[in-house]
Design a protein around this ligand. Structure first.
Ligand SMILES: *Cc1c(COP(=O)(O)O)cnc(C)c1O
Length: 392
């Protein structure tokens, strides 16, 4: 390190002094419901591996075969000579699954959000965004010079007001998470679409936590509400329920055509390796021909959440496998997480600025990979720790 970067030492120390510094927890095992992390065997409730596809034998086999058939890397960006037939096949199959004309896969969900919002929206336009939207949407908005309006979370009167206030814009985009990752609640996409139609605004939904979870065979929030053909930009990720990696945009052919030429996070990055592409294709097939994973996810969610509510925990407004356990002050959430860790359950505390100061929580994600016994063990530990801390 040169002296010019000494300031970094101070900044890191500042973070530590303010109790804002996080070390990266390290796993010594594959990702699954039971992992060894930071040297300890635990049940994890902190993963987005909703369908437990990270270790599905068919996903693994597809990736291995892809390496034999296609080699490892792609060596170029999609627009030059990085696109293989399998990249296009994945996009066709994904579009079919999502019920759109076409789709485009980005290297990650964050790249899909950044590149798409940046490409679509100019200085004459306005973006209207839910206050609890994901950081990658906020990044995308920041990459534009568009006018921006933030509406209160899921507040349709607030959205209407923002639409009225932006009538002068050339084009407008309403953007919202489909499932909000800190509370597990769903956006009222049916009402958003109605308002968008009334005010002639485009709609973009981020289905990162809805993919593989909501709708028939996990087709997502558009399917959940039966809004096919009425949502302009259906964004999602292959990194969570599908257990792989990648983000995508599903919509009309023209949307794909435009983004392949204008989305900087698509244009300036190397194409996904074949192993990833084939793993993603397999995951999309599995969710359709092995319905038990999706069913188990929801059975497990019900099993876990009912017991947590019966114990008297405040699980907020969740409608999905994301289960917040709201405790109030940050120190309580940190203590709950620490005590659960001591009991062999890995759940992370979520505090300000991710949530309001008096709404600190831990967030427990149920997956299809958990057995009923795993979940009962977690509930039992929550009961023990919750009583000891006076939470229930
Ligand atoms: C995780 C997440 C993303 C980013 O997806 P990656 O594929 O992990 O980059 C985008 N939006 C939301 C709402 C997310 O939860």
């Amino acid at each position: 390190m040169t002296e010019r970067t000494n300031w970094l030492k101070e900044e890191v120390q500042n973070l530590k002094d303010q109790n804002l510094f996080g070390e990266l927890p390290v796993m010594e095992t594959p990702a699954g419901p039971r992992i060894r992390i930071n040297g300890k065997d635990v049940i994890t409730l902190s993963s987005n591996n909703y369908l437990n596809f990270t270790n599905h034998p068919r996903v693994i086999a597809a990736a291995k075969k892809a390496i034999d058939d296609w080699g490892f890397g792609t060596g170029a960006v999609r627009q030059i000579n990085g696109t293989m037939t399998i990249h296009n096949e994945l996009e066709k199959e994904l579009a079919e699954y999502k019920g759109t004309e076409s789709s485009l896969v980005f290297v990650a969900g964050i790249a899909a959000n950044r590149g798409t919002i940046q490409a679509l929206m100019g200085p004459e336009d306005a973006i209207i965004s839910d206050e609890l939207n994901h950081g990658s949407i906020i990044d995308g908005v920041r990459l534009t010079k568009s006018d921006r309006k933030i509406f209160p979370h899921n507040d349709m009167e607030g959205l209407r007001k923002a639409l009225q206030e932006t009538k002068g814009a050339r084009r407008r985009l309403i953007v919202a998470d489909g499932v909000f990752s800190m509370d597990g609640d769903i956006s009222p996409l049916d009402q958003i679409v109605e308002l968008a139609e009334e005010f002639d605004a485009m709609v973009m939904v981020d289905d990162a936590h809805g993919d593989g979870v909501l709708g028939r065979e996990g087709r997502g929030i558009v399917d959940h509400f039966g809004l096919h053909g009425r949502v302009d930009i259906d964004m999602g990720t292959l990194s969570k329920a599908f257990g792989c990696v990648g983000g995508y945009i599903a919509g009309d052919q023209e949307l794909r055509d435009y983004l392949t030429n204008r989305a900087r996070s698509f244009i300036f990055t190397t194409a996904h390796p074949p192993a990833i592409v084939q793993a993603c294709r397999e995951a999309i097939k599995i969710i359709q021909d092995e319905p038990e994973h999706h069913k188990r996810l929801w059975d497990n969610t019900k099993h876990f959440q009912e017991q947590m509510k019966d114990l008297g925990f405040n699980t907020g407004r969740t409608q999905t496998p994301i289960t917040p356990v709201i405790v109030g002050e940050a120190s309580k959430a940190q203590e709950l997480s620490k005590r659960m860790w001591d009991e062999g359950v890995f759940v992370k505390p979520i505090v300000f600025p991710l949530v309001a100061k008096d709404m600190s929580r831990i967030r427990a994600n149920v997956t299809a990979g958990h057995t009923k016994e795993d979940l009962d063990e977690c509930v039992e530990k929550f009961a023990k720790v919750g009583k000891a801390m006076g939470l229930i």
